[in-house]
Design a protein around this ligand. Structure first.
Ligand SMILES: [Zn+2]
Length: 155
């Protein structure tokens, strides 16, 4: 999926999460947007990859695209690292929710993701779309509707 879809996906996931928690919605959502972009650090042309090109190149060289940073192992690493630095729970949860939304959206593409990395098994949802294709715009529209519906009274 494109960066735009990942950002809206992260916002949608956080707005829905806010409905079921007492977290500060703005802090959770800000962290969620970061989390929604973070897995694509493995791609130097991505929104986050362009911000930190050297780190992005290193991650890409070490792991390739949509492998380690698109896995459950990466989510676990985020949890462990953020707890080591004693960051507020809202930030950790927001980043994890955003990153999870990223993995789900990329699993809805034909290339899928290596969810169980280091196992090389590709995981993809039964229905997939082409990144940047017209069907992705449909997904984007649904995500915007989710934000509007669940965001009422929050933002
Ligand atoms: Zn991705």
């Amino acid at each position: 999926m494109t960066g735009k879809t990942h950002i809206i996906g992260g916002i949608a996931a956080c707005v829905v999460t806010t409905r079921f928690t007492s977290y500060d919605p703005l802090l959770l959502t800000a962290a969620g947007i970061f989390g929604a972009l973070l897995p694509d650090i493995c791609h130097s042309g991505s929104k986050i990859g362009r911000k930190v090109p050297l780190l992005s190149k290193l991650v890409s060289t070490l792991f390739g695209h949509r492998t380690f940073t698109h896995s459950l192992l990466f989510l676990l690493l985020i949890q462990v690292l953020f707890s080591l630095f004693h960051l507020p729970e809202e930030i950790t949860t927001g980043v994890l929710v955003g990153a999870t939304s990223h993995l789900l959206l990329d699993a809805a593409t034909k290339n899928g993701i290596k969810l169980l990395y280091p196992l090389q098994m590709t995981f993809r949802l039964p229905l997939t779309v082409r990144t940047g294709g017209p069907a992705e715009n449909g997904i984007l529209a649904v995500l915007v509707l989710l934000v509007v519906y669940f965001g009422q009274g929050i933002i």
